[in-house]
Write a protein that binds this ligand. Structure first.
Ligand code: ADP
Ligand code: ASP
Ligand code: MG
Length: 401
């Protein structure tokens, strides 16, 4: 078999942990499989590098940031290769470029355009364990690019697809996908299997255990994906295509996203084009708008609310000042969070949303915004109730059973 392993920051956090990964890779190799390993930077390294840049300016050039941040993953790739060689294994470390990963030009959030797996294939054929620095590629001009935070997961899935690997195993400090973040709810249960769509919702709604773009790609290219722990031998969670039996389960998980800020615009001129002007301006500044609600207008005006990532909150505030003449009042709140309930079973069962609202009511938590899709219900609430909401929702849907 050809297996892609990916080890995240905590799994390669120091030399002892890299030693641990060395043992695991060696063991998999001894079992007779061909192994390609994708590594993250040591935990905290990427943030440390960002901090260095911010010492000089709040807005460093994105191209230089890619040059800077891509170095974290290279360090780990080289160290792991050195460690394997020291143990007598034939290993080779590659950068994104070396692994043939070509992306578009969007520095710090590049999309993979193509992968030429030739170099990896010939190394594998020569009996080598291939170690690839995650989170990076090069654009068509050869400049290094990075794939967005948590992007080593994406590197792993994309390489698994390009290599036609039998499976892709993402190793972190949890032994799989849980019904909610086990750090918030110790009674969370590990799932044996979860559908791509549910996982995609959980990831995009805030569960950082897998990067959402990686799940999207795994779904698109049908990559057999496992979430496992680098600290145990548990079989982990399989992320795969939806099956009929999955729909019997009403709710698969609940998730908390603390990185939310709410913007409310009151008395917005109720005329065609206003929403387009507001959201086009936000999009031009690359501000990712999440939930949007607008009321039915009355007296020529309407109210408009939306959420943005907390880090974009100040920028969104500044941009909204441009609409002073169109808006009576504005209200900004960065102390909000989003709690969401996810499950494919919602498609065929009613009452899931009502239960969520009842849980909030019972705990006297005010719901500020609501949005739903076929397989999720999300609510924006006061940040201080986020963890309480997660724990009580977890109990209400009997996820601990
Ligand atoms: P890595 O550094 O290896 O990429 P991450 O820190 O990105 O690992 O992801 C692992 C973390 O994700 C866990 O420590 C856990 O706290 C968090 N997490 C959030 N939601 C979930 C969930 N539903 N199941 C498992 N882990 C979760
Ligand atoms: N090192 C990068 C980050 O911290 C990429 C990754 O770990 O996946 O976001
Ligand atoms: Mg991660």
């Amino acid at each position: 078999m050809l297996i892609v392993h990916k080890y995240g920051g905590t799994s390669v956090g120091d030399v002892e942990r890299i030693e641990n990964v060395t043992n695991r890779v060696a063991k998999a190799r001894e079992a007779g499989d061909d192994i390609v390993v994708v590594v993250s930077a040591m935990s905290g390294e990427t943030n440390k590098l960002i901090g260095f840049a911010h010492h000089f300016t709040k807005e460093p050039a994105k191209k230089e940031m890619d040059m800077l941040l891509s170095s974290g993953e290279r360090i780990t790739a080289a160290l792991l290769s050195i460690a394997l060689q020291a143990r007598g294994y034939d290993a080779v470390a590659m950068t994104g470029r070396g692994a043939g990963i070509v992306t578009d030009d969007t520095h710090t959030y590049a999309r993979i355009k193509s992968i030429d797996p030739k170099a990896m294939h010939s190394a594998i054929k020569a009996g080598k364990i291939v170690i690839v620095a995650g989170f990076q590629g090069v654009n068509q001009d050869g400049a290094v690019t990075t794939l967005g935070r948590g992007g080593s997961d994406l590197s792993a899935v994309a390489l698994a697809a390009a290599l036609k690997a039998d499976q892709c195993e993402i190793y972190s400090d949890v032994d799989g996908i849980y019904t909610t973040d086990p750090r918030i709810e110790p009674n969370a249960k590990k799932l044996d299997v979860i559908s791509y769509d549910e996982m995609l919702e959980l990831s995009s709604l805030g569960a950082k255990v897998l990067q959402s773009r990686s799940v999207e790609l795994a779904k698109k290219l049908n990559v057999k994906l496992y979430a496992k722990s680098s600290f145990s031998d548990n079989i982990g969670t399989l992320i795969t295509k939806e099956s009929n039996s999955m729909e019997e389960v009403l709710v698969s998980g609940v998730v908390l996203d603390k990185n939310q800020a709410r913007v409310t615009l009151r008395g917005v001129s109720d005329r065609p084009g206003i929403a387009s002007e507001i959201f086009t301006m936000l999009a031009k500044e690359n501000i990712n708008v999440d939930m949007i609600i607008q009321n039915v207008g009355a007296d020529g005006s309407t109210n408009l609310g939306f959420t943005v990532p907390q880090s974009d909150h100040e920028d969104a505030k500044k941009l909204m000042m441009n609409f002073n003449h169109d808006i009576e009042g504005m209200d900004f709140d960065e102390h909000v969070c989003k709690v969401s309930v996810v499950g494919v079973g919602m498609k065929s069962h009613s009452g899931v949303a009502a239960t969520a609202f009842t849980v909030m009511a019972t705990n006297s938590i005010n719901i500020q915004m609501i949005s739903t899709s076929e397989i999720k219900v999300s609510m924006v609430i006061d940040e201080k109730y986020g963890e309480l909401a997660i724990r009580t929702l977890h109990e209400a849907y009997e996820l601990d059973k």
